[in-house]
Every structure is written in C-alpha cells, then in structure tokens.
Design a binder for this molecule. Structure first.
Ligand code: F6P
Length: 412
C-alpha cells in the first residue's frame, strides 16, 4: 500500500455522548503524535458533521490543539465539541450534486483522510462516501469511528459512549432506590431511560445484580413486547410485600401491536432519519398506575443527563474511546478504508479488549439488540449474566479537572 500524503478531516454525528469528545481527542492525538508516520499534514474538523462540511464550515484542529493540555480537557468534555447533525447523505444516484460538492471541498483542502464519529446512521454516510470516492477515483481513506450511548452497533463488542451512560444509569438508579426506600407509604417510581430500539441502557440499571446489589424491581426493555396486564399483575405482587417499588423502562418499549407505550401521550415528531422522537413513556405509565392502584406514583425521565454526565464517566469508556480514535488514524495511514473501528472483547474476567475494524457496509443501518440470554423469562428484568457482562465496562473514574467548583470543558 503506497503512502497517501494529505490532510485529514474529522466530524461527529448523531446523538452526543460523554465520550465522543474522547474519541475526537484520540483522533487528534493520533495525528499530532504522528501515529500515521508522516502521512497526515493538517487535521481539520467539520462543524455539525456533513451538514456543516457541505457549507465548508471547517476548523483547523491542528492549530486549535497545539496546546496538548486542551486535549486532556477535551476528553472530559461532554456532548460533541464539533457540533453534530442528524443528516443522512442521499443515495448516490439520487444526489450526485451533494457528492460532487463534497469532492470539490476535499480537493480544495487536499483532504485524503475522512474520520466520522457516529452511530449506525452515521456509518451509512461512511459507506456511501467510500463508495462514491471509489467510483470517481478520488483517493481518500474513509473510516467510521463508533459512538452511541445506545450500544446498538453490530460488529463491535460495545460502543464508546455507552459505558459512561451505563455508569450514570446504574449509579443514579442506586441513588433513586435509596431515596425511595425512606417512606412506609405505598409508592411506585417509574424511571425512563434512553434507547430507541435496543435496551442496553435500560439493562444497565440491573448492573448491581453482578455483585448482589439492589436493582429496580422491574426492568422493561424494547426487545420484549410490553404487556400492561402482566405489568399490573407483577406490580400488585411486589406492592403486597414492599411499600416502595422502582421500575426502569426504556423509552422505546412498545405494545405487541407495535405502538410505543409513550404514544398514549403523543409523540412529538420524527427526525430526519425517520426515527420517532420518544419520551413520555414513564409519564404515561405514571398515569396508568395511578388510575389502577390509586397510590403515590412518580415518573422520572433521565433524559439528557444520562448522556452528558461527564463528571461520572467510566474511565474504561474514556480510555477505550481515545484508543479507538488513535487506532483509526493509524489504520487509515496503513491503507484501511471503508471500515468501522471495532472493540473486540478478549476476556471478561480479567477484562481485556483489542481494537480492530470491520467492513462498514456490514454495520450501517443495523441494530444490535440485547441478547435473549440477557433478559429473564418473564421479560421484566435482566439476568445475572447480563449484569456480569456489563460490569467491567463501567469500571474506573476519571481524575476530572475542576474550575470554580465545576468540571472544566473545552469549547471549540
Ligand atoms: O443517539 C441515541 C440517542 O441518544 C437515543 O438514545 C435517543 O432516543 C436519541 O438519541 C435522542 O436524540 P436527539 O437528541 O436527537 O433528540
């Protein structure tokens, strides 16, 4: 493979996470620390993913991060420092002008390396762009770098960003369980957790099972149809033996006919990927439980804090995210293209992973669901095996740098 010398560009796409900037930091480190053996001259960043790139909204990251201290602060900064988008590139045959515009920009900035940090929809962009650059004979290495709190990318053991959200969820659920245990009056608390199609995040509420810790009494994932009658029956049994019941539900749970539970309260809208924007599942259940049982009911939507709570990020997650970003730079300089970086689990105990890569077309637009052996038979909790599998991912805490009592962030 001949050496490809030129500039690189990196972008972030899809929903943010507490670790997506750590992956960006990994790419920046990879370039500045010369993991590419002299192939990459300047690293640019696209603002708001391909949406900003098409408007030539570009920032010179080599210049911005010439002070290495800023890179470690970037690793503890939540959200997407370059901004994000939910834009899907058109099918090549239906939107050639979009691709021609992109090539024009690549030529103008001599961009030969393209790193896109995102989830399964963003991998679709990576797949289409690699196809087009090949078709028009523009030599460019296109690499997908995974991220999503949903952990629903196939081909990788887990996805950077998931573990930090999982650590927040497991921790917050433990705290909620503590708080709910104080009164003797009957009460039900329903906690709604993100994850549109896959229940990995909600399953994380069950992680303390791995060490005999307390977990929500009932846990519902989108992998199983939600049955209101069974739910009420289970709730009734638990309320007879304890006054305080805590229930964890995924925002994406649906009834057997495919209707989202939150649809009882109306769904706001659909995003550009055609995904329904979900929320209100816990609220819908709060009303239903109140009507059925007449007891005190509270609903909590973990909402954005579960994906931006960097102060409690998983050290394992942040370290892996940096590693994956760096590895992407190295792989691209060695000739890898049209691939997504992956994390392969070598062993769970002791926990050990390797970083590798796979053909992005095998990954784009697919969803990795929580496996059957991780969900209990009644479909109202997770198994101990699931908890043991997830536990290593949430290990370790960052030495977060604070200023004025608040964690420091980098704003690009
Ligand atoms: O990216 C995944 C995710 O965080 C989902 O868990 C959630 O349903 C969705 O994004 C929310 O998207 P947005 O922030 O665009 O409303």
């Amino acid at each position: 493979m001949s050496k490809l010398i030129g500039n690189a560009i990196v972008g972030q796409s899809g929903g943010p996470t507490a670790a997506i900037n750590a992956t960006l930091a990994g790419v920046i480190r990879g370039v500045l620390e010369n993991a590419h053996g002299g192939s990459i001259k300047t690293l640019y960043g696209m603002r708001n993913g391909v949406e900003g790139l098409l408007k030539e909204n570009i920032v010179n990251l080599s210049e911005f991060f010439s002070d290495m201290d800023n890179i470690s602060i970037l690793e503890q900064t939540p959200a997407a420092a370059l901004g994000s988008c939910r834009k899907k590139l058109p099918k090549i045959d239906e939107g050639r002008e979009t691709y021609e515009k992109l090539i024009e920009i690549f030529q103008k900035y001599d961009i030969r390396y393209f790193f896109y940090i995102g989830g399964n929809d963003s991998m679709d962009t990576v797949a289409k762009l690699s196809e087009y650059t090949k078709e028009c004979d523009y030599e460019m290495r296109v690499i997908g770098v995974p991220k999503t709190i949903d952990n629903d990318l196939v081909g990788t053991d887990h996805t950077p960003g998931f573990a930090s959200a999982a650590k927040y969820i497991a921790t917050t659920m433990t705290e909620i369980i503590r708080d709910c245990a104080v009164y003797t009056t009957k009460a039900v608390t329903v906690v709604e957790i993100m994850g549109r199609d896959a229940g990995w995040l909600t399953a994380s509420a069950g992680i303390p099972k791995a060490f005999g810790g307390e977990v929500p009494d009932l846990i519902y994932l989108p992998e199983r149809a939600f049955n209101k009658d069974e739910f009420f029956a289970d709730l009734k049994v638990i309320l007879e033996v304890k006054p305080n019941v805590v229930v964890a539900v995924s925002e994406g749970i649906r009834f057997a006919d495919g209707t989202y539970v939150c649809e009882g309260f109306g769904i706001a809208s659909t995003d550009v990927f055609g995904h329904k924007q979900l929320s209100g599942t816990a609220k819908a259940l709060e009303v239903a439980i109140k009507n059925e049982f007449g007891c005190k009911v509270r609903s909590i939507e973990l909402n954005l804090p579960q994906r931006c709570a960097s102060h409690i990020a998983s050290k394992t997650d942040i370290e892996e995210s940096v590693l994956v970003g760096k590895a992407a730079v190295k792989a691209a300089s060695e000739g890898v293209t049209r691939q997504m970086m992956t994390i392969e689990r070598v062993s769970t105990n002791p926990y050990k992973v390797d970083v590798s890569h796979r053909d992005v077309s095998e990954i784009a637009n697919k969803v990795k669901h929580v496996s059957d052996e991780f969900i209990n038979e009644r479909g109202n909790s997770v198994t101990d095996e699931c908890a043991r599998y997830l536990l290593p991912l949430i290990q370790g805490e960052l030495d977060v740098k604070y200023e004025n009592g608040i964690p420091k962030h980098v704003i690009i």
